[in-house]
Each structure stands twice: as C-alpha cells, then as structure tokens.
Design a protein around this ligand. Sequence first.
Ligand code: NAP
Length: 274
Amino acid sequence: MTANLIDGKKIAKEIELELQSKVSQMATPPTLSVVQVGDDPASTSYIRAKANAAERIGINLTHHHLSSKTSKKELENLVNKLNKTEDGIIVQLPLPYGFESVLDLIEPENDVDGFHPINLGKIVQETSGMKPCTPAGIIELLSRTGNNPSGKNVVVVGRSTIVGKPISLLLLQKGIDATVTVCHSRTSDIQKFCKEADILIVAVGYPNTVTKEMVKPGAVVIDVGVNRTDEGLVGDTSFDVRDVAGALTPVPGGVGPMTVVMLMSNVVEAASKK
Ligand code: NAP
C-alpha cells in the first residue's frame, strides 16, 4: 500500500478563499497584532508566513518587533494597550525566560492562538471559544478529507498544551466522538497502542519516532512534527510509514499550512463578534 498524501496546502487554500470572501463583506478589515521579542529565526519565518496569509485574506497585520532587552513590564503594557484596539493578538513564542505569563493578559476574545486558560477550559466544557490553531487545523483536515473520527480509535502521541492535550479533548467532544488514547514519553509499549490506531496523530518533536512497524495497515497518519535536519524539514514519522498507511500528511505541506489558516480563521471570527 502507498499512502495517499493529504494536501494540507490545497485544503488551507480552500479555507483561505472562504475567509477572503467573508472579509470582503465586512465594513472594516479585521486587525491582528503579532508581538515578537528578540530575533529567533524560526519565529521570524513563522511571522512572515502569517503576514503573507493575512495580506492575501485582507486582514491588517501589524508586526511589533521588540528587542531582546525589552522588559516584561514593557511587554505587558503593550499587550494591555493592544487588547483595547485589536481583533486578534499573538505573542510569538518562544519568549525570554519568565515572560510566558504575559500570554494570560491577552483577553480571551483576542486570543487567536487559543492558548489562554479560559479558551483551553472551554474545550473541556465543550462551550464555544477560540480553539488552538494546530488542533483545530487537524480536525478540519480530517473532516475535509472524509476521515470522520466518530467511533474510531484515535491515538495521539504527545501531550503538550498546544497540540497533544487540546487535540485529544477536541476529538473526545460530542459530535466528533472519537475514542482517544494519549501516549507520551513514559508510555510503555507505545507500539502496541499505535498499532491499534485507525487515526494516528504524532506530535513529539523527534524524527522517526513512529516507524512503519507501529502503524496499522490503512491507518490515517497525521504527522504534526517539524524537525530541522541536514536533509531539510522532516516530521516525526519515518519515510517508510508511507508503505503501510492509507493516508499521511507530508512535512512540509500537511499540518503546517492548516495551522496558519486556522489562525486567520480565528482572527476573522474574533472580528465578526465585535
Ligand atoms: P512538546 O511540547 O515538546 O511536547 C512533545 C510531547 O511528545 C511531550 O508530551 C512528550 O512527552 C512527547 N514525547 C517526546 N518523546 C517521545 C517519545 N519518544 N515517545 C512518545 N512521546 C514522546 O512539543 P509540541 O509543542 O507538542 O510539538 C511537537 C512537534 O510538533 C514539534 O516538532 C513541533 O515543532 C511541531 N509543531 C508543529 C506545528 C505545525 O503547525 N505543524 C504546530 C505546533 C507544533 P512528555 O510529556 O512525557 O515529555
């Protein structure tokens, strides 16, 4: 079997066109402020991708690029100020040590990354709130490729606050109805769990964590990993997973473009609620 590659770029483009159309009917364009502290090169390239997407959709994005010497107080003041004027605010990670609590100052309705404790809590309660972009993008990918998780065994490898935990909780929600197993670095016999997955979601951060032997023939594999190696960007699954999986998200071009477009979707939603 050779897995069908799930074209995240194409699906993200479809959603982008839907957002463009919504924005064209708004009286004023949605506004998004992206705050960066320091010069992390990966952050700079992620912000560039967000700025390009925002421009195509018609969102007014402002990049606040602060020096690495910025104090926590200055960052807090900026976030408090932006809360009063913007539809969406992102404080780009990574932040200097001890600064992460600033994220909680973003008003939940402006928190387009979906990282605020109130928005994460709303996933548990199954009430409407801003959903974190990568998990929301995975749900959208599954839905738009006809891979309905209802009643399926879904195994999530990774339990981070931005990917593993929220995707597990979204999949559990009524209406999505997956049976979810979450694995992590302390799981014993991880292969046994992975092998039972109809849908396997891998968000670990190390190449080759999931190999061909760990995948059930025909399973849908969502590879969230982004690892910079000498061979370029690779995911968390090994290349030979293509031989057994029924469908697989490539890296790059799978989950990554979905994360960016779901962020834009959150901005448009935030603006339409104001
Ligand atoms: P993270 O915060 O470092 O969490 C990694 C998780 O993987 C942890 O729960 C860890 O377990 C688990 N883990 C580590 N080694 C493992 C192993 N050998 N077997 C099983 N579980 C293991 O990472 P993250 O933020 O979730 O990101 C994961 C990957 O996704 C990274 O490559 C990141 O760059 C990528 N990512 C991509 C996008 C996108 O848009 N494409 C968005 C976000 C993240 P413990 O909890 O036990 O330590």
